[in-house]
Design a protein around this ligand. Structure first.
Ligand SMILES: [Zn+2]
Length: 352
């Protein structure tokens, strides 16, 4: 495990290195080239140019930040979902995919550049497509790719088998105090994120390794960690309900800080980052308000032009079955073409 800076908290994160006789495999590039390079030298007397295979879980900024630099020094093959392979070439695609609004995308691009994420294209003969249920078999280990759509669409996590040892790289199902989801799956994300985390634990791996947690979780602790994690997500739903005043409706943008206390962020955070974090906080709040609506605790009474909320208001209930149809389908594709599938309804009106 190659740890990121700042205890691997976003926008930092961990990568995984597998040192085989022939192949030198790097899964995700979060820690950036200098940390990765120091790690390889210290642990294996190797350098970045020895890396033969880069495997990506998904393209969020924190996971792809070191990609261009590492690729240039190694000329490794890049294995990933076809969507990830296209997205990792351009920050604007990553930003729209992560819910940043089109008119604020320059803030996201500036934030991405500050992390070392570079726009560049990768030659097609260095790209290897990976899909759900694909297995990459090396001489000593095998890697099984498993797609989930709750943290983001088309994220692949990996089950690594070395003889009897099974390790899961669960990526952003990270068992830390700040689980992230909500775009574009919205209310559905809360439920599907919980079941995806449960599913990973049910695989009974010897260890679960994640992107933003320093310690691997051994099998004996996994159930307990899972319960803690699920409880935390449920607490967020409760918080979303509690934040709504009891006597009058309130606009999404007026509810206040939900998970990220943007107003209290110190000088170490750039303005560009703060603007992005604000959008993410709105999306997390929206997903939990929708989850609360699904549970019958709150409802939206004005949609701010959001097609999905409009439909739900019309039928006077949260339309769980329609989330996929209306929101998820086409989101990944549209953002790849640098279009914003739907704007964030910050003026939607909510009441208990
Ligand atoms: Zn992510």
């Amino acid at each position: 495990m190659i740890l990121g800076e700042d205890k691997s908290k976003f926008p930092s994160g961990n990568a995984l290195f597998i040192n085989l006789n022939e192949e030198k495999i790097l899964i995700d590039t979060n820690p950036g080239i200098s940390r990765i390079s120091r790690f390889l030298r210290a642990e294996f007397d190797l350098s970045v140019s020895d890396i033969t295979d880069i495997i990506l879980s998904h393209t969020h900024l924190d996971h792809g930040r070191g990609l261009a630099a590492i690729f240039e020094q190694s000329n490794a093959k890049i294995h990933a979902h076809p969507d990830t392979l296209k997205r990792c070439e351009k920050k604007a695609r990553v930003g729209l995919y992560a819910g940043i609004q089109k008119d604020q995308i320059h803030h996201f691009e500036a934030f991405g550049s500050s992390l070392g994420f570079q726009d560049r294209s990768y030659p097609s003969n260095r790209k290897v497509l990976l899909h759900d249920n694909d297995t990459i078999i090396y001489d000593e280990v095998s890697l099984f790719a498993h797609e989930t759509n709750a943290h983001c669409l088309h994220m692949l996590d990996y089950e690594i088998k070395d003889g009897n040892l099974k390790i899961i790289l669960s990526c952003d199902y990270d068992f830390t105090p700040v689980p992230w989801y909500g775009v574009p799956q919205r209310g559905l994300a809360v439920q599907s994120f919980k079941s995806a985390a449960r599913e990973l634990v049910n695989k009974n791996a010897n260890y679960i390794v994640s992107s933003h947690r320093i310690n691997p979780i051994p099998l004996k602790n996994q159930k307990e960690e899972l319960n803690r994690y699920l409880h935390l997500i449920d607490k967020r739903t409760k918080k979303a309900i509690d934040l709504l005043p009891s006597n009058k409706p309130i606009k999404l943008k007026d509810v206040g800080d939900f998970v990220y206390p943007v107003a209290e962020m110190g000088e170490q955070y750039s303005e560009d980052y703060k603007i992005c974090a604000q959008t993410w906080d709105y999306y997390l709040l929206l997903s939990h308000l929708e989850e609360s609506w699904r549970l019958g605790k709150v409802k939206c009474i004005e949609s701010d032009g959001d097609i999905f909320l409009e439909r739900c208001i019309e039928s006077n209930q949260y339309l769980t079955n329609e989330v996929n149809k209306l929101l998820v389908n086409g989101w990944a594709e549209k953002t790849l073409n640098e279009k914003m599938p739907f704007p964030l309804p910050i003026n939607s009106l909510w009441k208990k």
